[in-house]
Design a protein around this ligand. Structure first.
Ligand code: BGC
Ligand code: ZN
Length: 368
């Protein structure tokens, strides 16, 4: 079967190759689930993998099959699988457990291990192929009514984890009632964070570079958020009218903004950092001021990466509620479909070149 793969460490090495089709029996104890891939989204991580800044091949392989944002349909199941039947729509999680205590209780997104395993990213082949086999533990069912937008579940799981962590941390306050949030970034992650917070009844200010109006700012407005262009007003300036913020979700990929966010975070507030920034930037910061604000304001900051199945399940609920509350909104995020694995060049060129794209994804097979 066909797969899109790269040679780790080699810039622009994406290619189409033939790999063996997996079998249900590939998983131990009759626990295999064979999934036919329908759609796979690509994101900033795939861009870094293409630029050879990220990505590692599985042991004993010189290539890595990429793709970690999957959506598919169950084709067959092993004899000891009761969780799925053929025809179920599913999304697979990305990370697989290592050895730390957190891995052993199913929270592999919290691993202490230096080496982590992520399908399509690090040491495990991904989903940009025709079929994959995995165990039910790593596969999440998606209702039929979400099939059009199911490919958004993996990025949704990332924001679900960040928001859940914020609420978990804020239990320290006994009566935390967040009213105002800032979301930094209006790409897929920023928009999904915005809708998830709006569904929780929180006022949201979204901040991104581009001047409005454009699709992303319209999408923020549509769900009752307000949009600010950082080319027109700084986060600090804007916070004077719209802040202080009880929760800030950082998803711009521009690390200096995280430090500005620390300063505009409200008392007792929580700042969630989710950008994977591979660069080596140095900046000057008002260290005393930030430190003082954190101490006198009892503020918290938390980093968040990846997601375990619990957050995928939360994502299914939020995507469902989003679809019922603002029908068609999620679909508008799917701006750039690319048909077929053989068009891998166009997939990567679109990901790299189309700045206005929200979600670029490969239609591996048509939705049934
Ligand atoms: C993926 C996460 C992953 C992270 C770091 C992101 O693009 O969505 O699942 O943990 O990259 O590799
Ligand atoms: Zn605002």
């Amino acid at each position: 079967m066909k797969a899109i793969a790269i040679f780790p460490g080699k810039i622009g090495s994406a290619h189409l190759r033939e790999i063996p089709k997996p079998k249900v029996e590939d998983a131990a104890n009759g626990r295999g689930v064979l999934v036919k891939v329908l759609r796979v989204g690509v994101d900033g991580t795939d861009k870094e993998i293409d630029a050879a800044e990220y990505g590692t091949a599985p042991k004993g392989s010189d290539f890595l099959v990429t793709g970690h944002e999957s959506f598919g349909i169950v084709e067959s199941v092993g004899k000891n699988v009761s969780e799925f039947v053929p025809g179920d729509f599913v999304v697979a999680t990305v990370r697989r457990p290592g050895n730390s205590i957190y891995d052993r209780i199913g929270t592999y997104d919290m691993t202490l291990d230096e080496i982590y395993y992520e399908r399509g990213i690090n040491l495990l082949h991904g989903y940009l192929t025709e079929y994959y086999v995995d165990e039910p533990e790593y596969i999440v069912k998606v209702p039929q009514g979400l099939k059009e937008v199911g490919v958004l579940l993996e990025p949704t799981s990332v924001i679900e984890k960040g928001i859940a962590q914020a609420y978990e941390i804020q239990r320290r306050l006994k009566v935390w009632q967040p009213k105002r949030a800032a979301v930094l970034g209006a790409g897929t992650i920023g928009l999904l964070a915005t809708i998830a917070l709006r569904l929780r009844g929180i006022e949201v200010c979204a901040f991104a570079r581009t001047k409005p109006p454009y699709l992303n700012s319209n999408l923020v407005k549509k769900i009752g958020g307000c949009y600010h262009s950082l080319q027109e007003i700084s986060l600090t300036e804007s916070s004077k009218n719209h802040g202080p913020f009880d929760l800030i979700f950082e998803a711009t990929g521009f690390a200096p903004l995280a430090f500005e966010a620390m300063n505009v975070l409200g008392k007792n507030g929580v700042l969630v950092l989710s950008s994977v920034t591979g660069g080596g930037r140095n900046i000057q910061i008002p260290a005393d001021q930030i430190n003082l604000g954190f101490v006198l304001g009892n503020k918290v900051m938390v980093g968040t990466v990846n997601a375990n199945r619990e957050y995928f399940e939360m994502g299914v609920k939020d995507l469902s509620q989003a679809e019922l509350t603002w029908p068609g909104w999620l679909n508008k995020l799917l701006t750039h479909p690319i048909q077929g694995l053989e068009n891998y060049k166009q997939l990567i060129e679109t990901l790299k070149g189309k700045k206005e794209a929200i979600k670029v994804f490969c239609e591996v097979a048509p939705l049934p």
